[in-house]
Design a protein around this ligand. Structure first.
Ligand code: WT7
Length: 648
């Protein structure tokens, strides 16, 4: 990070004009604190319930919560039908921008018809509530249609980021035992079509699978061989199905989706989310944190639907709140670095939500680029995915936000389902770099190893972020592995019954919260969670690698960059190949290009403790060029000289 000075006195009080029209006001905190259950019941009232709930929260089976017990609802009905029935069918739901420059405008009426067609066709395929469907699609409207059609039928979707490898896809399809995979022929990459369907073929080629059908959207026209009996074209099937479909209600705790995320071991965790609580909190947070006004705002969350941010703030939160939003298929620098600003200008985007890594990239490209566009429509900016450095925060507000927009730095996780800690625009005096305070109805603490609250103003990263009360959109488990659910999140503070978030944090003298980043072996690269173990296992899977240790080293643009240290096998000697490049592409192939190490160092030995544990902390010191920390527990402190010498 270029600058780390975080001054707790540097704060930006709300501007009166914004505060006067804000959805939030300070009494929300008070009301939530006085009666939590009543507060959340009121938020659940934002939704349409086919049957009202009898009880707000049942926590008797902790750590598995049941929210809005007895309530029945249909998530897709809440995102579509009720807006159309209320007379807003002609409002634009999605302004979609394709990467090659094509675009589509989709109203709520049209989106409902498309989702209904898909729901009718999925039913014809024999899928019934509870079945799992894998969605492996680029950022095209069909991705959202597919998710909502699943929600409508009570099918549990598992969206797999289309940048993931066939191996990663197969792992996820198998774990969830998906019956259907939805994909596209290809995806646009910088003006050229790249194959995608063939990745599904490769994923499913070996051995028995639970997949009965592969449904293929034609997006690029690239060659996509179809397997008779298994593969179906979307435009020959879904597109011809009837556009009317009556939504049935499901239990508030009906599984809505599984989303895989990296943990501290190599195997990704299938985070399970359910319906009523999840939709309540995504709707609530989208309304207050983004100050969203239906029918007026143009909302743009730049995430991919392959991540939780896309689930909660492209699909469920905004659509439940009748937003008009931008969905963009491409990257920020194709055909050039103006793309995002052109889109903001073209559609008059009012709320823009992105990641610090992109903000820092914009900074590098220079202020001239945004300055060439009329960005005056913007009235609120958001940040998510990693701590935002104060310098990037100030640039974001000054250059993109014309020195007037509130910035919401939103802390949350795949596991939390929705935003948990954030300023409230119009209420909070935000500080650059701080996520500030838990939202009304949310409770968090910063504690030490024993669970004692850390004292205010401590600057060292000795505090751990915990959530000490259940919340509506909390995960309900890890798919197929409830033991891992308990041990990962609930064991550390079992005595207190707190959720351990895996992040370090501190509270400043005013009691405001600063998230400092992961304290486990999970890296954060451009806001993507990647575990060191996953990358290590991809590396040792290569026959040239005997041992590997991976660390996340700080990186000016991506937050962290992946640095690997490997010991080679005898086989690797004298191959004459570019070993580093080969190992980098091995990781891309096994996991995804996002997991490709920035640097790979070939070393003679790895630093280990007497119990054989790799000392990643010391490797991080080396990777970041720091003086070495305490090496006293090392078996052989001399190993560093050897590593340093090889690293050069
Ligand atoms: C991890 C969760 C939440 C959607 C995107 C990432 C880090 C996230 C912030 C923030 C500091 C943040 C944490 C967290 N993180 N937002 N505003 N400030 N850190 O979801 O992939 O589940 O990653 O991202 O380390 O634990 P995810």
């Amino acid at each position: 990070m270029t600058e780390t000075t975080a001054d707790h006195r540097d704060s930006y009080p709300p501007i009166a004009e914004f505060a006067a029209q804000a959805n939030a006001d300070a009494t929300l905190y008070q009301r939530a604190a006085t009666d939590r259950d009543a507060f959340w019941a009121e938020q659940a009232g934002r939704l349409h319930w086919h049957r009202p709930f009898d009880q707000v929260l049942d926590w008797t089976a902790a750590p598995v919560a049941r929210w809005f017990v007895g309530g029945r609802l249909n998530v897709a009905y809440n995102c579509l039908d009720r807006h159309v029935l209320a007379g807003y069918g002609e409002q634009v739901a999605i302004h979609w921008e394709g990467e090659p420059g094509d675009s589509r405008t989709i109203t709520y009426t049209e989106l409902l018809a498309e989702v209904s067609r898909a729901a009718n066709y999925f039913t014809r395929l024999g899928l019934t509530a509870g079945d799992r469907v894998a969605i492996y699609l680029p950022m095209i409207p069909e991705a959202i249609v597919a998710m909502l059609a699943c929600a409508r039928l009570g099918l549990t979707h598992s969206v797999v980021f289309a940048g993931f490898s066939p191996i990663a896809l197969r792992q996820r399809v198998d774990d969830a035992q998906a019956r259907l995979v939805i994909t596209a022929d290809g995806q646009w990459r910088r003006g050229k079509p790249a194959p995608l369907k063939t990745a599904v073929d490769e994923a499913l080629s070996d051995g028995e699978t639970t997949v009965e059908h592969v449904l293929v959207v034609q997006r690029t026209g690239i060659d996509a061989p179809m397997t008779a009996g298994r593969d179906l074209w979307w435009h020959e099937t879904v597109a011809n199905a009837a556009p009317e479909h009556e939504a049935q209600p499901f239990d508030a705790e009906h599984p809505l989706f599984i989303l895989y995320t990296s943990g501290t071991t190599g195997k990704p965790k299938g985070i399970l989310h359910t319906s009523g609580g999840y939709l309540t909190q995504t709707s609530y947070t989208h309304h207050y944190v983004f100050d969203h006004k239906p029918g007026q705002d143009v909302f743009w969350c730049t995430a991919d639907i392959g991540w939780v941010t896309g689930h909660s703030y492209i699909v469920y939160g905004p659509l439940a709140n009748r937003a008009t939003q931008i969905v963009y298929e491409g990257t920020p620098n194709y055909p050039d670095e103006h793309r995002h600003f052109q889109i903001i200008e073209k559609y008059g985007v009012t709320i823009y939500y992105t990641a610090p890594t992109l903000i820092r990239t914009f900074m590098k490209w220079g202020s001239d680029i945004p300055a060439a566009h009329n960005l005056t429509s913007l009235r609120l900016l958001g940040s998510v995915g990693e701590p935002i450095n104060p310098e990037a925060w100030r640039w974001y507000r000054q250059v993109i936000g014309a020195n007037k927009t509130p910035i919401v730095d939103t802390w949350w996780q795949t596991e939390t389902g929705a935003i948990m800690i954030s300023p409230l625009p119009g209420v909070t005096a935000a500080k650059p770099g701080a996520a500030m305070t838990p939202l009304p109805g949310i409770s968090a603490a910063v504690v030490d190893e024993e669970g004692k609250p850390v004292s205010l103003g401590e600057t060292e990263a000795n505090g751990y972020l915990v959530l000490d009360q259940p919340w509506p959109s909390m995960l309900r488990g890890i798919w197929g592995d409830m033991d891992r659910y308990r041990s990962t999140y609930w064991e550390r503070y079992a005595a207190q019954g707190w959720y351990f978030a895996g992040d370090g944090a501190k509270l400043d003298k005013d009691g405001d919260l600063w998230v400092l980043g992961r304290v486990d072996d999970v890296m954060n690269v451009s806001g993507h969670r990647i575990s060191t173990a996953e990358v290590e296992s991809a590396l040792v899977g290569h026959h040239y690698v005997a041992e590997a240790a991976v660390v996340g080293a700080s990186d000016d643009t991506t937050g962290q960059g992946i640095v690997a240290f490997v010991i080679l096998t005898a086989e690797a000697e004298d191959t004459g190949k570019d070993l580093i490049a080969e190992l980098q592409s091995e990781v891309s192939r096994e996991i995804s290009p996002i997991a490709k190490p920035r640097e790979i160092h070939i070393v003679p030995e790895l630093p280990k403790t007497r119990s054989g544990k790799i000392m990643r902390r010391l490797l991080r010191d080396i990777a970041e060029g720091r003086e070495l920390g305490d090496t006293s527990t090392l078996v052989d402190p001399g190993v560093f000289e050897a590593i340093r010498a090889r690293k050069g």
